[in-house]
Design a protein around this ligand. Structure first.
Ligand code: P6P
Length: 343
């Protein structure tokens, strides 16, 4: 027998969901909905190319290096250009920033500008492209804080707590777009036959405590001893209340932030990219990796920390600054912070 709620949930497109969320926000103009539609279109185009990359013979390195000093994969460039071209003409943005661009990305003079700021990692985990492991696009949206036709770097250097929205697209066994405006988190799965994202994960909540930890243990000898003790603690079975021996945490590490975070968000546990002797500020970027993931995680009931400070409270000082990241279930992140406070 038809159940209205079942069909309606299956039939909710990303566009309809954003619109309904927008209507709940006083003074919303629909400007935001338009921007989201353009981001979703870019995701569909990137998805199509990611799925056919091996066939299109565009895998492999262009040989150039991005500002991170990393070899630039052709798909990185493609994804970056698709995102920029999809949103630059819409009149919703005053400025952009991308992992692939050293400075801010200016809205071309022939296009109108708007009140939002978009920052993104166009294809995170790109080192996994050639081995067909999940990769993703991460985005963060702020309202501008400056006046005048064009935005400036100051519009980008805002605390994560002031994000209007954040999200990611994971190009995995299916293509899922997850977004939040700060209150709740929702996931949409792309139906390639229809070319639409349909609501598939309504109101995602992360468990208060998980049983999975996710960190690159190859760096363990570069960590402080307190961090190694944290990992050993999770590897140590704890006796249950009735004295029966419990099970240790499982270790899962993909090496692609979007994949590791998506699993953490849905199953609980903790992902960490700590500071170490090689990366004294950590490896992950604040503005377009840690901060958007932190907004999503907190909106789902989790926590995100540098180990000593809430990620969403970090005051940015440069576009590509890096931060240590501990993110996931509240109790697991709190445990990491406790160990890090020890000498
Ligand atoms: P490592 C991918 O290059 C990335 O930026 C993130 O997606 C991922 O979490 C991290 O680096 C993996 O880094 O040093 O463990 O290979």
């Amino acid at each position: 027998m038809y159940s209205g709620s079942a069909l309606s949930t299956q039939g909710i497109t990303l566009e309809r969901h954003i619109l309904e969320q927008q209507l709940a926000i006083p003074g919303a103009t629909g400007d935001f909905t338009g921007l989201f539609q353009q981001i979703a279109l870019a995701a569909k185009v990137i998805n199509s190319r990611v799925r056919s990359a091996g066939l299109a013979g565009i895998l492999g390195l262009t040989g150039e290096k991005n500002i991170q000093g990393e070899e630039v994969q052709k798909l990185d460039e493609f994804a970056n250009n698709v995102l920029i071209r999809s949103v630059e003409a819409g009149g919703h943005l005053c400025v952009m920033a991308s992992e692939e661009n050293e400075g801010i990305v200016r809205i071309p003079d022939q296009f109108p500008t708007g009140k939002y700021v978009l920052m993104f990692d166009p294809l995170d985990g790109s080192s996994n492209i050639d081995v067909d492991i999940n990769i993703g696009t991460i985005f963060s949206i702020h309202r501008r804080v400056t006046v005048g036709r064009h935005g400036t770097e100051a519009d980008c250097l805002q605390r994560g707590a002031s994000q209007v929205a954040a999200g990611y697209v994971i190009y995995g066994s299916s293509t899922v777009l997850v977004y939040s405006m700060g209150e709740s988190v929702h996931g949409f799965t792309l139906d390639p036959a229809v070319g639409e994202f349909f609501l598939s994960h309504e109101n995602i909540r992360i468990p208060p405590k998980g049983k999975i930890y996710s960190v690159n243990e190859g760096n363990a000898q570069l960590w402080p001893a307190s961090l190694r003790r944290w990992i050993v603690d999770m590897q140590t079975p704890k006796a249950d209340a009735d004295g029966t021996m419990g099970t240790p945490y499982s270790a899962r590490y993909v090496g692609s932030l979007v994949a590791d975070f998506h699993r953490t968000l849905l199953k609980g546990g903790v992902f960490a990219y700590p500071a170490d002797k090689k990366n004294p500020q950590g490896k992950l970027r604040l503005l377009y990796e840690a901060a958007p993931m932190a907004l999503l995680c907190e909106a789902a009931g989790g926590a995100a920390s540098t180990g000593t400070q809430r990620i969403l409270d970090v005051a940015p000082t440069s576009l590509h600054q890096r931060v240590p990241l501990y993110i996931g279930s509240r109790e697991d992140v709190a445990a990491a912070e406790r160990f890090l406070r020890e000498e």
